[in-house]
Design a protein around this ligand. Sequence first.
Ligand code: ADP
Ligand code: ZN
Length: 605
Amino acid sequence: MNEVKRPKKPLIYYYVIVILILMLFNFLAMPWLMQRQIQQVDYGTFISMTEEGDIGQVEIQSQDNQIVFTDKDNKNVYKTGMMDDPDLTQRLYDSGAKFSSEIIEQMSPWLSFLLTWILPIIIFIGIGQYMSKKLMQRAGGANSMAFGMGKSNAKVYVKSSEGIRFSDVAGEDEAKENLTEIVDYLHNPNKYKEVGASMPKGILLVGPPGTGKTMLAKAVAGEANVPFFSMSGSEFVEMFVGMGAAKVRDLFQQAKEKAPCIVFIDEIDAIGKKREGQIGGNDEREQTLNQLLTEMDGFEENSGVILLAATNRPESLDPALTRPGRFDRRVPVELPDLKGREEILKVHARKIKIAPDVDLYKIARMASGASGAELANMINEAALRAVRSGRKSVTQADLEESIEVVIAGYQKKNAILTDKEKMIVSYHEIGHALVAAMQSHSAPVQKITIVPRTSGALGYTMQVDEGEHYLMSKEEIENKIATLTGGRAAEEVVLGSVTTGASNDIEQATKLSRAMITRYGMSEEFDMVAMETVTNQYLGGDTSLACSAETQREIDKQVVALVKKQHEKALQILTENRQKLDELAKYLYEKETITGEEFMTILNR
Ligand code: ADP
Ligand code: ZN
């Protein structure tokens, strides 16, 4: 599905070409073709042809001093020079030649028929064929239907070609368990028919990007050893109304022929978005969706065709699509937890050479919040790093660096900070770390660095939790906000002025404190009332407000108060530990990167 499509040219482009070709033909080619080839002969031949009555037409061109004539059948044209020959005209007349004034422009009737009628028709047919081929390609390939439009180009994977099994998908145990039933059904449908149980027709895999939804669908086909049809929702949406619907029809027809099989539609939200009553909606998408709904109703239960679809915006799907009898089973495919991350790392680490010192559990802890795809990417980055430095296997350091690359980008080799800037960044980062260390309930510091990254970060403090956290208490969130303000607080304590370096901290602190008030019910005033709802859970978690304007004002006030309180706490912690702050910042300034242990030894000295 990663073929590159050439940009489409508008139809008008082809019309312009047709017109240009015709004009060229008329102005250049026609006059040239109409001129007949003229053979030069000597005067003697002309005289003897005249005497034998072999001349058809003749033209005396006195300005050019030449005679042009044809033979009896008007086929060949000749010319010859003129001589002083007074009764030539009489003799020509006697021989039966016709006098003409436009021999050269004349052509044989057969040729003229060809040029004026047949050739343009051939050109038109050629262009027509070319254009309909173009259209067919746009419509997606083959040409069995009328005009070749509306053929689905679903890709068929069979077990042998892909060979993905459940064991390749790490973590996601609940999803796998859920799908095992489908595999069992595909192996042994009679078991289900006997009891009268029927499989759901459609199963919706929902979860954030890169969590292995596509992999799971392929694994179901791989385990059940059935064909796998795969298409992306966006491939159905075409330029012409009705073509997407035709594709859906074709896909289902193919699937029914190959049953039992799996049909997988990735990004189903591209066609399955809620239909809205507004005028001028997307007709093509709606028709495609309607066709999909019809097809799903059309095949009986237990026909052996199982539909899997993936989306990361389940809330935007049309209710008709998710009602019973269609995509009625929903399998969540969430971001992996600590154990899941470790397993995913193990699966991908099998493909590379790993040094004995590697501790994947620690890597899994450091990469909290990463998706399966990101983890796979980290392993590959580490392997590339090992190759770059000429090693034969991947070390722990490679893996740790690759996490930072995925989080913060590559190290910026040639970013030169002034000494003053470097000092400020050192204080800023130690400020974060110190505030974190001085509060209970905050994750231990793992690493502090002031090496700039390509993401724009001038430095960062990495905190890594011991285990997995599923809940966060109010105190923990407050401490986190205090830690976030710690960087700026350090600048204030030491320099008495502030820099732009805290913008990302500010953003995060605001988000957290807002969520505490509007979504987690952690403010006294609003109690357990939701002031905001999350609109797309899996893609960044945008929220929309659900309260009156006065309440919004009150919320804003409280958000500010909350952050301010934590900021003050951070300032207090740093002022009380001013000496340690200076000592640690100096140490970081010299070393540029320090570990959590180094940090703790200096702190506890
Ligand atoms: P999605 O369809 O959910 O966006 P994919 O199934 O396309 O994600 O996953 C992309 C890649 O990420 C896979 O090819 C695989 O290398 C890796 N990956 C994602 N999740 C897992 C997992 N649970 N186990 C192993 N690899 C995974
Ligand atoms: Zn910061």
